[in-house]
Design a protein around this ligand. Structure first.
Ligand code: ZN
Length: 97
C-alpha cells in the first residue's frame, strides 16, 4: 500500500504553443512544444510546466498514483464486503433470512 516514491495525481500533457514574443520563429513556423501537468484544484484547472528532463520521472509518479488508486479500490471492495457480511450475519442471528 505504501507509495514507492513520489505520487502525482495529475495528467501529463504535451502542448504546442506560440509564446507571443514578437519576431519569434513560432509566430510563423514551428510552435514551442512543452510538457505540462494539469490537475484540478478547488474546481479550477492548474497547469505546471515540466522540464523535459523530468518528463520520464513524472510519468512514473503519475503511474504510482494510478497504482495506489487501484489498491484503494480493492480495499474499498473488501471494506464494503465486510459491512454487508456483518449485516447478513446479524439478520441470520435474529432469525430472519
Ligand atoms: Zn516563440
Amino acid at each position: 500500500m505504501a507509495p514507492r516514491g513520489p505520487v502525482l495525481a495529475a495528467s501529463l500533457v504535451r502542448i504546442a504553443r506560440r509564446c507571443g514574443r514578437p519576431g519569434c520563429h513560432c509566430a510563423t513556423g514551428a510552435l514551442h512544444v512543452g510538457y505540462y501537468l494539469t490537475r484540478t484544484v478547488a474546481g479550477k484547472t492548474r497547469t505546471v510546466y515540466v522540464p523535459v528532463e523530468l518528463v520520464d520521472e513524472v510519468r512514473g509518479w503519475i503511474g504510482e498514483h494510478r497504482r495506489l488508486k487501484a489498491v484503494t479500490r480493492e480495499l474499498t471492495e473488501l471494506a464494503v464486503a465486510r459491512v454487508s457480511g456483518h449485516v447478513r450475519a446479524r439478520k441470520r442471528r435474529a432469525g430472519r433470512t
